[in-house]
Design a protein around this ligand. Sequence first.
Ligand code: MLT
Length: 234
Amino acid sequence: MKPGIETCLTPELLHQFDLEGKVVVIIDVLRATTCMLAAFMKEVDHLVALADLEECREMKKCGYLIAGERNGEKIEGFDLGNSPLEYMEYDLKDKKIAITTTNGTQAINSSSMSEERIIASFLNKWAIGNYCISKGKSVVLICSGWKGRINLEDSLLAGALSEIMSSDFNFEDDTTRFVHSYYQKNRFNFLEEMNNASHTKRLSRLNQGGDLEFCVSEDLTEIVPFLEGNRIRV
Ligand code: MLT
């Protein structure tokens, strides 16, 4: 029998899922998981994902660059915000980053009971799909959403991943069928569709709309970051 794919559209629904023995894929297209991939493309040593802002600030004392946002805005005193373009311009080689974000690092922390979690973005979607196929275990796609609400961008990537895995996996729930159809409808007009997203509008209001195009760039890397506790490595 084929393994299954389930999709959780917001971490608030996670209590409905059994993660045991499954590969958990964390998604936050705008912009946390895209930043994490950008960091590894810039050869960062590792990241630590923290839910708590003050805990993240404290990591500066341990030699970490501190990064993140609240409500999309860079945190005062932090080295980096949550813009992947900013990451791409920063010298990150062999550095360590502690990161806290409004939703993405919360999704990571709320799935910490899972044995195997990996980080997905459009930048590494093929690599993530192929990794899951090679593992042959059931998969749960966790979308970070926005403060408990679903969002278009994470749903699109969940749909794209289910498309890559569709021949080797069964779709176990209607949510996966829904995100898959949504992706199929929009696969050739991501940018146009994402212009409708609430978070795109929010980022534009914050003058950070320039990140959008990078966040929907497909398959720039084969890196598959994974979690060890709250530490993200490759
Ligand atoms: C988040 O984790 O909520 C996001 O990555 C927000 C953002 O775009 O900065």
